[in-house]
Design a protein around this ligand. Sequence first.
Ligand SMILES: [Mg+2]
Length: 171
Amino acid sequence: MNAPALPPSAEERARQIRCVIFDIDGVMTDCKLYLTHDGEEIKAVNVRDGLGIKLLMKNGIEVAVISGRPSVAMQKRLEFLDVKHIWLNTEDKLPAYRKLLDTVGISDAQCAHMGDDVPDLPLFLRVGLALAPGDAHPKAKAAAHWISQARGGDGAIREAVDFILACQGKD
Ligand SMILES: [Mg+2]
């Protein structure tokens, strides 16, 4: 009798990836919001993470962002980075995810998602590769196939990009 097949490793999963979805708060940022007297929200992004996003696209891997919160500044930042698939103010991430797969023409196994909290779990259950920053909520970390050393907003995206590209023999 054959031994039961082992589940695929994170490296094997990463080799299939043709599109990576990123959450914003806690992934592209450190999860903090600075609130001004005018009620505006200020958040910081990491420039090396931004370069990681560009590197993915340069290597033919699509990038998407699905976030539960609205942000004019983040919309501008993502457009500056040439990210084509942007859903902000989208609390239920599944319909956006389904539309993305349709638009790009890929399967679940060819999609990765990096998220840090419970709203990311529905996508974690479907994508081929679920990625979490090192300081993600324990439930997100428990469901992830791969966890970065770096914290959200502080290099987690770049580390994930380097991992995926290395698994695919690209840089
Ligand atoms: Mg988040």
